[in-house]
Design a protein around this ligand. Sequence first.
Ligand code: AMP
Length: 402
Amino acid sequence: MKILVINAGSSSLKYQLLDMTDESVIAKGICERIGIGGHIEGVTNEGCNFSYDIDLPNHTIAFFEVKKALTQGECKVIDSLDEIAAVGHRIVQGGATFTHSVLITEEVEKEIGELCELAPLHNPAHLQGIQGCTEAFGKDKPQVAVFDNAFHNTMPPEAYIFPIPYEYYEKYKIRRYGFHGSSHKFVSASCAQQMGKDLKDIKVITCHLGNGSSITAIKDGKVIDTSMGLTPLDGFIMGTRCGAIDPSVVTFLQMKEGWSREETCTVLNKKSGLLGVSGVSSDMRDINEACKNGNERAMLARKIIAYQIRKYIGSYVAAMDGVDAIVFTGGIGENSEKLRADICSNLSYLGIKLDEKANDEFIRGKGGKISTSESMVDIYVIPTDEELVIARDTKDIVNSLN
Ligand code: AMP
C-alpha cells in the first residue's frame, strides 16, 4: 500500500510518498513560494532529483505539480495516482474535537475550519491543502487528518487548564492543547523500544528542539504535560517565538508601542526567540557561528535556550516524580551536540552521565544512546519521523474502511 503524506503550510507544501509494505520512502519533495512565485524540488529513493521554478498561484496548482513530479518525467515513481491508496494530512490544531486521526469528510473539513481561530497560522493552510488535494486527486481518494495535538489528549486538567476565569475555557475552549504530537509519539515509542521496555512502564521526557520547540512529559504511556499551549507560541525560547513570558510584558508594550493585535502577534511569533535576543538569526547554526566569533548576544541566546530547557526538564521530573529517559529530537536536538552537552552538564542531581564520545557522534540523522552505563537516566538522540506516524495512522484508517 502506498500512502502520500502532505504537510501544507501557508506558502509551502511538503510531500512524501511511502511504501507501507516496508515503510520506506519512495519520493519526497516540497513546493515553495505558493502564491508569491513558485518552486518545486524533490528526490526519489533511487537518488533522482529535480528542482525548478514554476508559477504556483495556489495549493491546487501545487498539487497538480506534485502529481506531475510523481507520475511523469525522469524522476517518476508511479504510473498513475491510482497506485496511491490514500493521502494523510498533518493538521496542527484539532482542538478538543479531535482526539485521534480521522477520515476527512465534509463535516470534518468544516470542523477543521472552525478551529482556524485556535491556529490562525496553520489550519487555514491545511484546509487549502485538503481542498487542493481533492481537486487534483478526485473526491474518491481517501484523505485522513492526523492532528498535532491528538497525542496530548491524555493530559489531566491540572496540566491543561489555564488559571484564568473558568468561563473562558467553557466559552472558547481556551486550554493547553500541545503540539508536535506525532513527533513526541514517535520518539517516545522508539525510546521504549530501545530500552527494551513498554512505554507504559517508563517515565520519559521528550525534547523536540527545532525552529519550533516543545518538551513533553510521558508517564504510564500517557502525556501528563507539554510545553506548548493554546497555540505553538507557549513554552520556551524558539527560533522566532518567545515562549512563555510574563503576560504583563505584552500589555506594557502594547501601551508603550501602540501595537495592534496583528503587530503583537508578529513580534511574539516572528521577531522574538533566538532571533530577537541575538539580533543575528533564528537559525541555531548561525547562532553557533556567531558565538564562535564572540558575539555576546548570540552567547546569551544560547545560554537562555539551555537554561530554559533544563528548567522544563526539572519541572517535568517533579511532575512525574522521577524520569527514566530523556530524548532529544528535531533539527537542533538531533544536530547540536554542544547544546545537548550544555543541557546535560547541569543535570548531575539526576545522576545523569553523558557519554561525550557518543554525544559527538550522534548527529546528522544518526541516533542512539548518549548516556554512559553508569547514568541513572538514559539519554537518547532519536531522529524524528512525523511523516511515518501520519502514514501509519492513514493506513490503519484506510484498512478499517475495507
Ligand atoms: P527543524 O525545525 O526541526 O527543521 O529544525 C531547524 C533547526 O535545526 C534550525 O535552528 C537549524 O539551525 C537547526 N539545525 C540544523 N542542523 C544543525 C546543526 N548541524 N547544528 C545545529 N543546529 C542545526
